[in-house]
Design a protein around this ligand. Structure first.
Ligand SMILES: Nc1nc2c(ncn2[C@@H]2O[C@H](COP(=O)(O)O)[C@@H](O)[C@H]2O)c(=O)[nH]1
Ligand SMILES: [Zn+2]
Length: 488
Protein backbone atom coordinates (compact mmCIF):
# COMPACT_ATOMS: atom_id res chain seq x y z
CA UNK A 1 0.00 0.00 0.00
CA UNK A 2 1.37 3.44 -0.88
CA UNK A 3 1.93 6.10 1.75
CA UNK A 4 -0.74 8.18 0.01
CA UNK A 5 -3.27 5.40 0.58
CA UNK A 6 -2.26 5.07 4.21
CA UNK A 7 -2.59 8.80 4.66
CA UNK A 8 -6.08 8.60 3.17
CA UNK A 9 -7.46 6.09 5.64
CA UNK A 10 -5.89 7.90 8.53
CA UNK A 11 -7.51 11.08 7.27
CA UNK A 12 -10.82 9.24 7.09
CA UNK A 13 -10.60 8.23 10.74
CA UNK A 14 -9.76 11.73 11.84
CA UNK A 15 -12.73 13.01 9.90
CA UNK A 16 -15.02 10.47 11.51
CA UNK A 17 -13.90 11.48 15.01
CA UNK A 18 -14.27 15.15 14.15
CA UNK A 19 -17.72 14.46 12.74
CA UNK A 20 -18.82 12.67 15.95
CA UNK A 21 -17.55 15.52 18.12
CA UNK A 22 -19.32 18.06 15.91
CA UNK A 23 -22.55 16.06 16.23
CA UNK A 24 -22.16 15.98 20.00
CA UNK A 25 -21.69 19.77 20.14
CA UNK A 26 -24.72 20.28 17.93
CA UNK A 27 -26.97 18.03 19.97
CA UNK A 28 -25.79 19.64 23.24
CA UNK A 29 -26.62 23.07 21.79
CA UNK A 30 -30.04 21.87 20.66
CA UNK A 31 -30.85 20.47 24.12
CA UNK A 32 -29.56 23.65 25.76
CA UNK A 33 -31.86 25.78 23.58
CA UNK A 34 -34.84 23.57 24.41
CA UNK A 35 -34.09 23.83 28.14
CA UNK A 36 -33.77 27.62 27.92
CA UNK A 37 -37.08 27.81 26.06
CA UNK A 38 -38.64 25.54 28.64
CA UNK A 39 -37.49 27.76 31.51
CA UNK A 40 -38.87 30.87 29.77
CA UNK A 41 -41.99 29.73 27.93
CA UNK A 42 -42.78 26.28 29.41
CA UNK A 43 -43.91 25.05 26.01
CA UNK A 44 -41.39 22.32 25.12
CA UNK A 45 -43.06 19.02 24.24
CA UNK A 46 -41.75 15.54 25.04
CA UNK A 47 -41.69 14.76 21.31
CA UNK A 48 -39.30 17.67 20.74
CA UNK A 49 -36.95 16.30 23.40
CA UNK A 50 -36.96 12.66 22.31
CA UNK A 51 -34.96 13.05 19.08
CA UNK A 52 -31.98 15.03 20.42
CA UNK A 53 -31.95 13.06 23.68
CA UNK A 54 -31.76 9.73 21.81
CA UNK A 55 -28.93 11.04 19.64
CA UNK A 56 -27.10 12.38 22.69
CA UNK A 57 -27.37 9.02 24.44
CA UNK A 58 -26.07 7.20 21.39
CA UNK A 59 -23.14 9.57 20.95
CA UNK A 60 -22.30 9.60 24.64
CA UNK A 61 -22.30 5.82 24.78
CA UNK A 62 -19.55 5.73 22.20
CA UNK A 63 -17.79 8.80 23.52
CA UNK A 64 -14.67 9.00 25.59
CA UNK A 65 -16.37 8.25 28.89
CA UNK A 66 -16.83 4.50 28.51
CA UNK A 67 -19.85 2.47 29.51
CA UNK A 68 -21.49 2.05 32.86
CA UNK A 69 -20.44 -1.06 34.74
CA UNK A 70 -23.06 -3.74 35.13
CA UNK A 71 -22.35 -6.49 37.62
CA UNK A 72 -24.96 -8.89 36.22
CA UNK A 73 -22.93 -9.62 33.13
CA UNK A 74 -22.31 -13.30 33.72
CA UNK A 75 -25.57 -15.21 33.86
CA UNK A 76 -24.74 -18.71 34.98
CA UNK A 77 -27.34 -21.41 34.42
CA UNK A 78 -28.52 -23.77 37.13
CA UNK A 79 -26.73 -26.86 35.76
CA UNK A 80 -23.31 -25.46 36.78
CA UNK A 81 -22.02 -27.19 39.91
CA UNK A 82 -22.14 -25.03 43.05
CA UNK A 83 -18.36 -24.95 43.54
CA UNK A 84 -17.71 -23.89 39.95
CA UNK A 85 -20.41 -21.21 40.17
CA UNK A 86 -18.79 -19.91 43.37
CA UNK A 87 -15.39 -19.83 41.70
CA UNK A 88 -16.69 -18.03 38.62
CA UNK A 89 -18.44 -15.40 40.71
CA UNK A 90 -15.55 -14.83 43.10
CA UNK A 91 -12.78 -14.86 40.50
CA UNK A 92 -14.25 -13.03 37.54
CA UNK A 93 -16.73 -10.61 39.07
CA UNK A 94 -15.79 -6.95 39.40
CA UNK A 95 -15.05 -5.97 42.96
CA UNK A 96 -16.44 -2.78 44.47
CA UNK A 97 -12.94 -1.87 45.57
CA UNK A 98 -11.42 -2.34 42.12
CA UNK A 99 -8.22 -0.35 41.94
CA UNK A 100 -8.83 0.49 38.34
CA UNK A 101 -11.85 0.56 36.12
CA UNK A 102 -11.84 0.27 32.37
CA UNK A 103 -14.29 3.15 32.23
CA UNK A 104 -11.85 5.36 34.09
CA UNK A 105 -8.72 4.48 32.16
CA UNK A 106 -6.83 7.09 30.26
CA UNK A 107 -8.34 7.38 26.86
CA UNK A 108 -6.31 8.38 23.88
CA UNK A 109 -8.32 6.61 21.22
CA UNK A 110 -6.81 4.11 18.80
CA UNK A 111 -4.08 6.68 18.32
CA UNK A 112 -2.07 3.95 16.67
CA UNK A 113 -4.43 4.24 13.74
CA UNK A 114 -3.68 7.92 13.49
CA UNK A 115 0.03 7.21 13.77
CA UNK A 116 -0.37 4.28 11.44
CA UNK A 117 1.54 5.57 8.44
CA UNK A 118 4.84 4.23 9.73
CA UNK A 119 3.25 1.32 11.58
CA UNK A 120 1.70 -0.06 8.40
CA UNK A 121 5.16 -0.57 7.01
CA UNK A 122 5.69 -3.13 9.77
CA UNK A 123 3.25 -5.43 8.00
CA UNK A 124 5.67 -5.60 5.10
CA UNK A 125 8.69 -5.84 7.40
CA UNK A 126 7.31 -8.80 9.31
CA UNK A 127 7.51 -11.18 6.41
CA UNK A 128 11.05 -10.16 5.47
CA UNK A 129 12.54 -9.71 8.93
CA UNK A 130 16.12 -11.01 8.80
CA UNK A 131 16.96 -10.60 12.46
CA UNK A 132 18.58 -13.73 13.68
CA UNK A 133 20.21 -14.52 16.94
CA UNK A 134 23.68 -16.04 16.98
CA UNK A 135 24.03 -19.72 17.88
CA UNK A 136 20.53 -20.94 17.10
CA UNK A 137 20.14 -24.60 16.26
CA UNK A 138 18.28 -25.56 13.09
CA UNK A 139 15.42 -26.96 15.17
CA UNK A 140 14.99 -23.71 17.10
CA UNK A 141 15.17 -21.68 13.88
CA UNK A 142 12.57 -23.87 12.22
CA UNK A 143 10.15 -23.57 15.13
CA UNK A 144 10.71 -19.83 15.49
CA UNK A 145 9.81 -19.50 11.83
CA UNK A 146 6.32 -20.51 12.96
CA UNK A 147 6.04 -17.99 15.75
CA UNK A 148 2.88 -16.40 14.34
CA UNK A 149 1.04 -19.70 14.21
CA UNK A 150 -1.89 -20.31 16.55
CA UNK A 151 -0.80 -23.96 16.61
CA UNK A 152 2.70 -23.18 17.94
CA UNK A 153 3.63 -26.02 20.30
CA UNK A 154 5.18 -24.36 23.35
CA UNK A 155 5.89 -27.64 25.17
CA UNK A 156 7.80 -29.03 22.21
CA UNK A 157 9.58 -25.70 21.81
CA UNK A 158 10.58 -25.70 25.47
CA UNK A 159 12.14 -29.12 24.93
CA UNK A 160 14.11 -28.25 21.81
CA UNK A 161 15.27 -24.91 23.23
CA UNK A 162 16.76 -26.64 26.29
CA UNK A 163 14.18 -25.10 28.62
CA UNK A 164 14.57 -21.55 27.35
CA UNK A 165 11.17 -21.05 25.67
CA UNK A 166 10.62 -17.54 27.01
CA UNK A 167 14.06 -16.27 26.05
CA UNK A 168 13.69 -17.29 22.40
CA UNK A 169 10.01 -16.39 22.03
CA UNK A 170 10.65 -12.91 23.42
CA UNK A 171 13.70 -12.46 21.23
CA UNK A 172 11.94 -13.58 18.06
CA UNK A 173 8.78 -11.56 18.62
CA UNK A 174 10.72 -8.34 19.31
CA UNK A 175 12.98 -8.99 16.33
CA UNK A 176 10.03 -9.76 14.05
CA UNK A 177 8.63 -6.27 14.62
CA UNK A 178 12.13 -4.75 14.25
CA UNK A 179 11.94 -3.45 17.80
CA UNK A 180 15.50 -4.46 18.66
CA UNK A 181 16.81 -2.09 16.04
CA UNK A 182 14.24 0.62 16.74
CA UNK A 183 15.03 0.77 20.48
CA UNK A 184 18.72 -0.04 20.12
CA UNK A 185 18.48 -3.17 22.27
CA UNK A 186 21.80 -5.01 22.22
CA UNK A 187 21.62 -8.76 21.92
CA UNK A 188 23.63 -9.53 25.11
CA UNK A 189 21.43 -7.13 27.12
CA UNK A 190 18.29 -8.80 25.83
CA UNK A 191 19.77 -12.22 26.63
CA UNK A 192 20.57 -11.09 30.19
CA UNK A 193 17.10 -9.66 30.66
CA UNK A 194 15.23 -12.64 29.20
CA UNK A 195 17.36 -15.23 31.02
CA UNK A 196 16.90 -13.42 34.35
CA UNK A 197 13.13 -13.19 33.88
CA UNK A 198 12.98 -16.83 32.80
CA UNK A 199 15.01 -17.90 35.89
CA UNK A 200 12.67 -15.92 38.16
CA UNK A 201 9.72 -17.83 36.70
CA UNK A 202 11.41 -21.05 37.78
CA UNK A 203 12.32 -20.21 41.39
CA UNK A 204 9.06 -21.43 42.94
CA UNK A 205 8.88 -24.56 40.75
CA UNK A 206 5.22 -23.94 39.96
CA UNK A 207 3.52 -26.56 37.81
CA UNK A 208 1.64 -23.89 35.80
CA UNK A 209 2.79 -20.33 36.53
CA UNK A 210 6.26 -20.89 35.13
CA UNK A 211 8.32 -19.86 32.10
CA UNK A 212 6.32 -22.11 29.75
CA UNK A 213 3.12 -20.25 30.63
CA UNK A 214 4.92 -16.90 30.16
CA UNK A 215 6.30 -18.01 26.77
CA UNK A 216 2.89 -19.38 25.79
CA UNK A 217 1.17 -16.08 26.62
CA UNK A 218 3.86 -14.00 24.86
CA UNK A 219 3.58 -16.16 21.75
CA UNK A 220 -0.24 -16.03 21.91
CA UNK A 221 -0.18 -12.24 22.10
CA UNK A 222 2.33 -11.99 19.25
CA UNK A 223 0.22 -14.35 17.18
CA UNK A 224 -2.99 -12.44 17.97
CA UNK A 225 -1.41 -9.16 16.90
CA UNK A 226 0.00 -10.60 13.69
CA UNK A 227 -2.94 -12.78 12.67
CA UNK A 228 -5.32 -9.85 13.09
CA UNK A 229 -3.05 -7.20 11.53
CA UNK A 230 -3.06 -5.19 14.77
CA UNK A 231 0.52 -4.01 14.19
CA UNK A 232 -0.97 -1.52 11.72
CA UNK A 233 -2.72 0.43 14.44
CA UNK A 234 -0.11 -0.04 17.17
CA UNK A 235 2.98 2.15 17.28
CA UNK A 236 6.46 0.86 18.17
CA UNK A 237 6.30 1.78 21.85
CA UNK A 238 2.91 0.07 22.17
CA UNK A 239 4.21 -3.09 20.49
CA UNK A 240 7.33 -3.19 22.66
CA UNK A 241 5.28 -2.57 25.80
CA UNK A 242 2.79 -5.29 24.85
CA UNK A 243 5.46 -7.98 24.40
CA UNK A 244 7.36 -6.89 27.51
CA UNK A 245 4.12 -6.99 29.55
CA UNK A 246 3.31 -10.49 28.30
CA UNK A 247 6.81 -11.74 29.17
CA UNK A 248 6.79 -10.37 32.74
CA UNK A 249 3.07 -10.69 33.52
CA UNK A 250 3.43 -13.57 36.06
CA UNK A 251 7.15 -13.35 36.92
CA UNK A 252 8.09 -14.78 40.34
CA UNK A 253 4.52 -16.07 40.78
CA UNK A 254 4.00 -17.67 44.20
CA UNK A 255 1.84 -20.53 42.85
CA UNK A 256 -1.07 -19.31 44.95
CA UNK A 257 -3.90 -16.87 44.20
CA UNK A 258 -4.41 -13.24 45.21
CA UNK A 259 -7.15 -14.39 47.52
CA UNK A 260 -4.73 -16.78 49.23
CA UNK A 261 -2.30 -13.88 49.82
CA UNK A 262 -5.05 -11.75 51.31
CA UNK A 263 -6.48 -14.52 53.50
CA UNK A 264 -3.06 -15.56 54.81
CA UNK A 265 -2.09 -11.89 55.39
CA UNK A 266 1.10 -12.43 53.40
CA UNK A 267 3.89 -9.85 53.14
CA UNK A 268 2.91 -9.21 49.55
CA UNK A 269 -0.73 -8.60 50.50
CA UNK A 270 0.51 -6.12 53.08
CA UNK A 271 2.88 -4.46 50.60
CA UNK A 272 0.19 -4.02 47.94
CA UNK A 273 -2.76 -3.37 50.27
CA UNK A 274 -4.74 -6.44 49.13
CA UNK A 275 -5.24 -4.95 45.65
CA UNK A 276 -4.09 -6.98 42.64
CA UNK A 277 -1.35 -8.27 44.91
CA UNK A 278 0.39 -10.62 42.49
CA UNK A 279 0.01 -8.38 39.44
CA UNK A 280 1.63 -5.47 41.28
CA UNK A 281 4.41 -7.78 42.39
CA UNK A 282 5.06 -9.06 38.85
CA UNK A 283 5.34 -5.46 37.64
CA UNK A 284 7.77 -4.44 40.36
CA UNK A 285 9.85 -7.56 39.73
CA UNK A 286 9.85 -7.15 35.93
CA UNK A 287 10.85 -3.50 35.99
CA UNK A 288 13.34 -4.32 38.74
CA UNK A 289 15.30 -6.53 36.33
CA UNK A 290 15.74 -3.48 34.09
CA UNK A 291 17.28 -1.53 36.97
CA UNK A 292 20.58 -3.33 36.30
CA UNK A 293 22.52 -1.87 33.41
CA UNK A 294 23.49 -5.25 31.95
CA UNK A 295 19.83 -6.28 31.65
CA UNK A 296 18.23 -2.91 30.97
CA UNK A 297 16.45 -3.40 27.66
CA UNK A 298 14.69 -0.05 28.18
CA UNK A 299 17.85 2.05 28.00
CA UNK A 300 17.15 3.08 24.41
CA UNK A 301 13.78 4.70 25.21
CA UNK A 302 13.77 8.46 25.70
CA UNK A 303 11.91 9.82 28.73
CA UNK A 304 8.66 10.42 26.88
CA UNK A 305 8.75 6.92 25.39
CA UNK A 306 9.73 5.39 28.73
CA UNK A 307 6.83 6.88 30.68
CA UNK A 308 4.39 5.97 27.94
CA UNK A 309 5.83 2.44 27.82
CA UNK A 310 5.69 2.08 31.61
CA UNK A 311 2.08 3.26 31.77
CA UNK A 312 1.03 0.75 29.09
CA UNK A 313 2.86 -2.13 30.76
CA UNK A 314 1.39 -1.31 34.17
CA UNK A 315 -2.14 -1.07 32.78
CA UNK A 316 -1.72 -4.28 30.81
CA UNK A 317 -0.38 -6.40 33.65
CA UNK A 318 -2.99 -5.06 36.08
CA UNK A 319 -5.60 -6.01 33.48
CA UNK A 320 -4.61 -9.67 33.94
CA UNK A 321 -6.19 -9.60 37.40
CA UNK A 322 -9.30 -11.67 36.72
CA UNK A 323 -11.50 -9.41 38.82
CA UNK A 324 -11.56 -6.97 35.89
CA UNK A 325 -12.83 -9.60 33.46
CA UNK A 326 -16.45 -8.43 33.35
CA UNK A 327 -15.52 -4.79 33.09
CA UNK A 328 -13.42 -5.63 30.05
CA UNK A 329 -16.25 -7.55 28.41
CA UNK A 330 -18.70 -4.71 28.92
CA UNK A 331 -16.23 -2.18 27.54
CA UNK A 332 -15.62 -4.31 24.46
CA UNK A 333 -19.25 -5.09 23.78
CA UNK A 334 -19.69 -1.32 23.50
CA UNK A 335 -16.49 -0.14 21.90
CA UNK A 336 -16.75 -2.55 18.96
CA UNK A 337 -19.41 -0.15 17.62
CA UNK A 338 -16.89 2.67 17.44
CA UNK A 339 -13.40 1.14 17.44
CA UNK A 340 -11.68 4.37 16.48
CA UNK A 341 -12.68 5.75 19.89
CA UNK A 342 -11.23 2.78 21.78
CA UNK A 343 -8.38 3.38 24.19
CA UNK A 344 -5.32 1.55 22.84
CA UNK A 345 -3.99 0.66 26.29
CA UNK A 346 -7.35 -0.82 27.32
CA UNK A 347 -7.41 -2.81 24.08
CA UNK A 348 -3.91 -4.11 24.80
CA UNK A 349 -4.91 -4.99 28.36
CA UNK A 350 -7.82 -7.02 27.08
CA UNK A 351 -5.59 -8.70 24.52
CA UNK A 352 -3.15 -9.74 27.26
CA UNK A 353 -5.98 -10.94 29.49
CA UNK A 354 -7.27 -13.00 26.55
CA UNK A 355 -3.82 -14.38 25.71
CA UNK A 356 -3.47 -15.32 29.39
CA UNK A 357 -6.40 -17.73 29.19
CA UNK A 358 -6.02 -18.66 25.53
CA UNK A 359 -4.77 -22.23 25.96
CA UNK A 360 -8.44 -23.30 25.89
CA UNK A 361 -8.43 -22.38 22.20
CA UNK A 362 -5.24 -24.18 21.26
CA UNK A 363 -4.98 -27.77 20.00
CA UNK A 364 -6.23 -30.34 22.53
CA UNK A 365 -2.82 -31.73 23.58
CA UNK A 366 -1.58 -28.24 24.41
CA UNK A 367 -4.76 -27.30 26.29
CA UNK A 368 -4.99 -30.62 28.15
CA UNK A 369 -1.42 -30.31 29.47
CA UNK A 370 -1.98 -26.70 30.57
CA UNK A 371 -5.12 -27.73 32.44
CA UNK A 372 -3.32 -30.62 34.13
CA UNK A 373 -0.56 -28.25 35.30
CA UNK A 374 -2.97 -25.52 36.40
CA UNK A 375 -5.03 -27.89 38.51
CA UNK A 376 -1.96 -29.43 40.10
CA UNK A 377 -1.08 -25.89 41.21
CA UNK A 378 -4.63 -25.24 42.46
CA UNK A 379 -4.58 -28.53 44.38
CA UNK A 380 -1.24 -27.69 46.02
CA UNK A 381 -2.83 -24.48 47.26
CA UNK A 382 -5.79 -26.54 48.51
CA UNK A 383 -3.37 -28.83 50.38
CA UNK A 384 -1.77 -25.79 52.06
CA UNK A 385 -5.18 -24.40 52.98
CA UNK A 386 -6.28 -27.72 54.46
CA UNK A 387 -3.03 -28.02 56.44
CA UNK A 388 -3.51 -24.50 57.85
CA UNK A 389 -7.13 -25.22 58.79
CA UNK A 390 -8.59 -22.80 56.22
CA UNK A 391 -11.60 -23.52 54.03
CA UNK A 392 -10.29 -24.97 50.78
CA UNK A 393 -10.76 -22.44 47.94
CA UNK A 394 -13.10 -23.32 45.06
CA UNK A 395 -11.44 -25.63 42.47
CA UNK A 396 -8.59 -26.40 44.88
CA UNK A 397 -9.82 -29.60 46.51
CA UNK A 398 -8.09 -32.55 44.85
CA UNK A 399 -10.43 -34.99 46.61
CA UNK A 400 -13.64 -33.68 45.15
CA UNK A 401 -13.10 -31.56 42.05
CA UNK A 402 -14.44 -32.80 38.71
CA UNK A 403 -12.04 -31.08 36.29
CA UNK A 404 -14.05 -31.80 33.07
CA UNK A 405 -17.22 -30.19 34.44
CA UNK A 406 -15.39 -27.15 35.67
CA UNK A 407 -13.65 -26.80 32.28
CA UNK A 408 -16.99 -26.92 30.43
CA UNK A 409 -18.21 -23.98 32.52
CA UNK A 410 -14.92 -22.08 32.19
CA UNK A 411 -15.01 -22.40 28.42
CA UNK A 412 -18.66 -21.47 28.18
CA UNK A 413 -18.77 -18.52 30.58
CA UNK A 414 -15.28 -17.10 30.31
CA UNK A 415 -13.46 -18.23 27.18
CA UNK A 416 -16.14 -18.00 24.51
CA UNK A 417 -17.46 -14.53 25.49
CA UNK A 418 -13.91 -13.19 25.81
CA UNK A 419 -12.77 -14.28 22.38
CA UNK A 420 -16.05 -13.36 20.75
CA UNK A 421 -15.70 -9.81 22.08
CA UNK A 422 -12.07 -9.68 21.01
CA UNK A 423 -12.68 -10.90 17.46
CA UNK A 424 -15.69 -8.63 17.04
CA UNK A 425 -13.43 -5.76 18.01
CA UNK A 426 -10.69 -6.82 15.57
CA UNK A 427 -13.21 -7.11 12.75
CA UNK A 428 -14.64 -3.69 13.51
CA UNK A 429 -11.17 -2.12 13.86
CA UNK A 430 -10.07 -3.55 10.54
CA UNK A 431 -13.27 -2.35 8.87
CA UNK A 432 -12.80 1.11 10.25
CA UNK A 433 -9.14 1.26 9.19
CA UNK A 434 -10.17 1.00 5.61
CA UNK A 435 -13.43 2.88 5.84
CA UNK A 436 -13.70 3.69 2.15
CA UNK A 437 -16.96 5.63 2.48
CA UNK A 438 -15.65 7.74 5.35
CA UNK A 439 -12.51 8.59 3.45
CA UNK A 440 -14.38 9.49 0.30
CA UNK A 441 -16.74 11.78 2.21
CA UNK A 442 -13.92 14.30 2.00
CA UNK A 443 -14.12 16.15 -1.34
CA UNK A 444 -10.29 16.27 -1.47
CA UNK A 445 -10.02 12.50 -1.76
CA UNK A 446 -10.47 10.95 -5.14
CA UNK A 447 -12.74 8.08 -6.25
CA UNK A 448 -9.68 6.54 -7.86
CA UNK A 449 -8.37 5.63 -4.38
CA UNK A 450 -11.43 3.54 -3.56
CA UNK A 451 -10.71 0.22 -5.31
CA UNK A 452 -7.37 -0.37 -3.58
CA UNK A 453 -8.74 0.61 -0.20
CA UNK A 454 -11.69 -1.72 -0.66
CA UNK A 455 -9.30 -4.58 -1.47
CA UNK A 456 -7.18 -3.83 1.62
CA UNK A 457 -10.31 -3.69 3.73
CA UNK A 458 -11.26 -7.16 2.55
CA UNK A 459 -7.80 -8.58 3.26
CA UNK A 460 -7.80 -7.17 6.79
CA UNK A 461 -11.35 -8.19 7.55
CA UNK A 462 -10.55 -11.71 6.38
CA UNK A 463 -7.62 -11.89 8.78
CA UNK A 464 -9.90 -11.48 11.80
CA UNK A 465 -12.45 -13.87 10.29
CA UNK A 466 -9.74 -16.53 9.76
CA UNK A 467 -8.51 -16.09 13.34
CA UNK A 468 -12.07 -16.55 14.59
CA UNK A 469 -12.49 -19.72 12.55
CA UNK A 470 -9.27 -21.16 13.94
CA UNK A 471 -10.03 -20.59 17.63
CA UNK A 472 -13.65 -21.63 17.26
CA UNK A 473 -12.54 -24.93 15.72
CA UNK A 474 -10.20 -25.70 18.63
CA UNK A 475 -12.73 -24.59 21.24
CA UNK A 476 -15.37 -26.87 19.76
CA UNK A 477 -13.07 -29.91 19.79
CA UNK A 478 -11.79 -29.15 23.29
CA UNK A 479 -15.33 -28.81 24.60
CA UNK A 480 -16.31 -32.12 23.00
CA UNK A 481 -13.35 -33.77 24.72
CA UNK A 482 -14.33 -32.34 28.13
CA UNK A 483 -17.92 -33.43 27.59
CA UNK A 484 -16.75 -36.95 26.76
CA UNK A 485 -14.55 -36.99 29.86
CA UNK A 486 -17.40 -35.68 32.03
CA UNK A 487 -19.57 -38.63 31.01
CA UNK A 488 -16.96 -41.21 32.05
N1 LIG B 1 -10.70 -23.08 35.66
C1 LIG B 1 -9.77 -22.63 34.81
N2 LIG B 1 -9.16 -21.47 35.08
C2 LIG B 1 -8.21 -21.06 34.24
C3 LIG B 1 -7.85 -21.78 33.08
N3 LIG B 1 -6.88 -21.11 32.44
C4 LIG B 1 -6.63 -20.02 33.17
N4 LIG B 1 -7.45 -19.96 34.24
C5 LIG B 1 -7.56 -18.93 35.27
O1 LIG B 1 -7.14 -17.70 34.74
C6 LIG B 1 -6.03 -17.22 35.48
C7 LIG B 1 -5.08 -16.61 34.49
O2 LIG B 1 -4.35 -15.61 35.09
P1 LIG B 1 -2.83 -15.73 35.46
O3 LIG B 1 -2.26 -14.37 35.21
O4 LIG B 1 -2.81 -16.16 36.89
O5 LIG B 1 -2.20 -16.74 34.55
C8 LIG B 1 -5.43 -18.42 36.17
O6 LIG B 1 -4.74 -18.10 37.33
C9 LIG B 1 -6.69 -19.19 36.47
O7 LIG B 1 -7.31 -18.68 37.60
C10 LIG B 1 -8.53 -23.00 32.83
O8 LIG B 1 -8.31 -23.71 31.83
N5 LIG B 1 -9.47 -23.38 33.73
ZN1 LIG C 1 -0.72 -15.70 33.41
Amino acid sequence: MSSKERALWILGLRQRDKFRKKQLHQVAKRLETLLERHSLEKNVTVEELIGPTKLAVQLLKTSLKGPAINNDFVKIDSTVPHEVRQWLMSTFTPQKISARSVGESRRKGLKGIVAGISAAIRMEKLSVSKNEMAGLTDDIKRQLGNISSWNFDIFEFSRISSNRPLLYVLYQSLASFDLLADFRIKEPVLMNFAARIEDLYLTNKNPYHNDIHAADVTQALFSMIDLNGAQVWLDNVELFAALFAAAIHDVSHSGTTNNFHVMTKSNLANLYNDRSVLENFHLTTGFGVCAKEESNILAGLNDKQFFNFRKIVIDMVLATDMVFHNEHLIYFSDVKNSPSLADTTTVLGFMLHSADISHSLRPWKHHEKMVEDLFEEFFRQGDKEAAAGFTISPLCDRATLQIPNSQISFNKYIIEPTFTALTDFFKAANDCLFDVDGILEDPHNSQADAPDLAAQRKIFKNKAVRFEKTWKGHLKKNLQNWEKAAKK
